[in-house]
Every structure is written in structure tokens, then in C-alpha cells.
Design a binder for this molecule. Structure first.
Ligand SMILES: Cc1cc2nc3c(=O)[nH]c(=O)nc-3n(C[C@H](O)[C@H](O)[C@H](O)COP(=O)(O)OP(=O)(O)OC[C@H]3O[C@@H](n4cnc5c(N)ncnc54)[C@H](O)[C@@H]3O)c2cc1C
Length: 316
């Protein structure tokens, strides 16, 4: 299973496959399970429908690892106009942003300092826009080479005048460092989305075994929901969700103090069940033409998805 996971994550970096799938009708048909559509309007329409079910949304304009500042600014413009649309339509939605889409380099390119400056200034302008329109910016977490820089950028933007609470970050339970990071973020009052982690990491950075990742997720989730800040627990793992529900009930933690988050197209039954039980749920809705790496990470999480999609494909 671990081998298949690594294989799909490696394939997520394959440029030829990416070019083929992102430009073929076959690709568009396959991605429909996980991606809301190609255009912002597609995602906004999905957000309205999801909101009607009592579920909040976070919008992700797909794309990562841009190579020029022009591309980074163009990607930021999409998010600025999403924030406008969210406000105009009165949606219960915020945005999720990857810093490598906002100019941060993964260390493979030149001038990492400059790239961090660009990503920070774009993040700050998005956070200002979100604050003035009553929304919020979540910075997604990418691979562990970027963890420290991502946290530093979020911390600095959060500390700017008027931006407290307008930006938050993601912590991955598979990293050994995450407990210390959570402690620091709690001290800073920064909102956290906790997830297990979706990239290929080596055993010197991350727990290699799933039970250890799951145990760390539960440990960190408990720390988060006991704090007065509104945090998010992003998982489709029902056993973990059940444990968190019991912990919250035993500690008299108000279910409104935190939210569960899930990905578009995954465990819709569980999303609806949690809402009916009075929990706050948010769905991560990705859209855009650059969907291939996101899609491959979803296959990596559950290789059985390949069989599921193939069956649906030949049935339709
Ligand atoms: C809202 C949200 C935001 C995220 N943001 C980030 C981020 O910023 N950085 C990052 O590294 N990762 C992110 N992730 C991905 C996350 O790290 C995991 O890779 C992913 O959520 C799968 O882990 P799991 O907690 O659902 O547990 P798992 O143990 O992987 O899965 C538990 C169960 O959930 C269901 N399931 C899980 N994944 C799938 C799938 N792809 N298809 C169908 N069923 C599935 C299955 O029933 C499975 O048995 C995010 C996830 C969510 C939900």
C-alpha cells in the first residue's frame, strides 16, 4: 500500500502525463469526481449548492510551483476575484492558497529569499482583502522542505496590523515536528487546519507508519480543540472523528468551537451525518485547469479509487 502511495505521488510530478491528462477529454472525465470544474464560476456554483446543505466551503484555485512573478500575481488575481464573488453572493466560504502558487520556490530554483518575499506580500494582500470582506485565508501546507518558510510567512502576516485572525495555516500530523509547531501556533493565536499529510516524506522527517500518524493526529486534535481559537480537523477517517467527538463531549467542548473539514467528492455521507449531529463541516472545493497533481495525491490516498473510477468510466 505504501509503495502504491509513493508511486502515485511520484507520478504527480510527471510532466508528460500531466500534459496529456490536463489537455485530454479523458482527463476531464476522470477528474470530475474530485474537481468542481475548470472555471471559478463552476466552483462558485458548487459552493452555493454545498452551502444549501448547511456545509461551509473553502475554495482552492488549483495550481502550484509557478516559475515567474507574473504567474504568481495572475494566480493571486483569481483569488482576489473569488473573495469579491464570495462577498457579493453572500457565500459561507473562504479560500485555500498554496504558497508555491504565490511565488514561493521549493528550493530548487534561484533566489529563495526573493521568492519568500513575493509569496509573503501576496499573502498579506489576500489577508487584507479577506479581512475587509469578512472572509479568511488558509495557507495549505506543501512538502516538508517548505514547512518552516510557510510557518514563518504566516506568522509574520498574522502579526501585521489588523490581520490577526485573517490568515491561518495547515499542520500535517505525519511530521515529527508538528507537536512543537502546534504549541507555537497556539501561543501565537493562529488558526490551524490539522491533516495527516499528503506528500512523500522520508522517515527522518515523518512517521513512517500509519498508526503513528493516526495517533499523532488524535494527540494534536485534542490540543487544538481545547484551545479558545477556532481550529479545523481535516480528515475522512471516521474512527478518528468518533474519538474526537467523544473527547469533545467528555470535556464539554462546544461543537461550534471547531470544524471538521473534508475534500469535495469524498465521504459526502459522513459530511451530511456530521451536520445532522450539529457539527460544523467545511468542504474543500478545488477547481481549475491545473488539476493533475491534486488528482494524483487523491489516488495516492486511496489507490482503490482507480478501480472505482474505471468502473464508473466504463459504465457511463
Ligand atoms: C480539507 C482538507 C484539506 C487538506 N489540506 C492539506 C494540506 O494543506 N496539505 C497536505 O499535505 N494535505 C492536505 N490534505 C490531505 C490530507 O493530508 C490527507 O492526505 C487526506 O485527507 C487523506 O487522509 P485522511 O485523514 O482522510 O485519512 P486516511 O487514513 O487516508 O483515510 C481514511 C478514510 O477516508 C477515506 N478517504 C481518504 N482519502 C480518500 C480519497 N482520496 N478518496 C476516497 N476516500 C478517501 C477512506 O474511506 C479512508 O479509509 C487535506 C485534506 C482535507 C480533508
Amino acid at each position: 500500500m505504501q509503495l502504491l502511495r509513493s508511486a502515485f505521488i511520484s507520478l504527480s510530478h510527471n510532466r508528460s502525463l500531466r500534459r496529456f491528462f490536463e489537455h485530454s477529454a479523458l482527463g476531464t472525465r476522470l477528474n470530475a469526481r474530485f474537481v468542481a470544474g475548470m472555471k471559478p464560476e463552476d466552483a462558485l456554483r458548487v459552493a452555493e449548492a454545498v452551502n444549501r446543505q448547511g456545509i461551509s466551503v473553502t475554495l482552492d484555485s488549483l495550481g502550484e510551483s509557478v516559475t515567474t512573478s507574473t504567474e504568481a500575481h495572475r494566480a493571486a488575481d483569481v483569488y482576489h476575484s473569488l473573495l469579491d464573488s464570495i462577498a457579493e453572493r453572500g457565500l459561507d466560504a473562504n479560500i485555500s492558497v498554496k504558497l508555491t502558487q504565490m511565488g514561493l520556490s521549493s528550493g530548487l530554483q534561484n533566489e529563495p529569499g526573493q521568492s519568500a518575499e513575493l509569496a509573503e506580500s501576496i499573502t498579506a494582500s489576500l489577508a487584507e482583502h479577506a479581512r475587509s470582506s469578512g472572509s479568511f485565508v488558509r495557507i495549505d501546507m506543501e512538502d516538508s522542505r517548505l514547512t518552516q518558510t510557510t510557518l514563518d510567512i504566516v506568522r509574520r502576516v498574522h502579526a501585521r496590523a489588523g490581520l490577526r485572525g485573517a490568515v491561518g495555516v495547515v499542520i500535517q500530523a505525519y511530521l515529527y515536528r508538528s507537536q512543537a509547531d502546534v504549541e507555537q501556533l497556539l501561543a501565537d493565536g493562529i488558526r490551524v487546519r490539522l491533516c495527516k499529510g499528503a506528500y512523500n516524506e522520508t522517515p527522518d522527517a515523518a512517521f513512517p507508519r500509519k498508526p503513528e500518524v493516526d495517533a499523532n493526529f488524535i494527540r494534536l486534535a485534542k490540543m487544538l480543540i481545547e484551545s479558545p481559537i477556532h481550529h479545523a480537523l481535516a480528515t475522512h477517517d471516521e474512527a478518528i472523528i468518533d474519538k474526537i467527538k467523544v473527547f469533545a463531549a467528555e470535556g464539554a467542548i462546544n461543537p461550534g468551537n471547531f470544524e471538521f473539514q473534508m475534500l469535495y467528492g469524498i465521504r459526502r455521507d459522513l459530511q451530511r451525518k456530521l451536520v445532522s449531529e450539529g457539527y460544523k463541516v467545511r468542504v474543500y472545493v478545488p477547481f481549475g485547469t491545473q488539476w493533475y497533481p491534486y488528482f494524483m495525491r487523491r489516488l495516492a490516498e486511496r489507490p482503490a479509487n482507480v478501480i472505482f473510477m474505471a468502473r464508473n468510466f466504463f459504465r457511463s
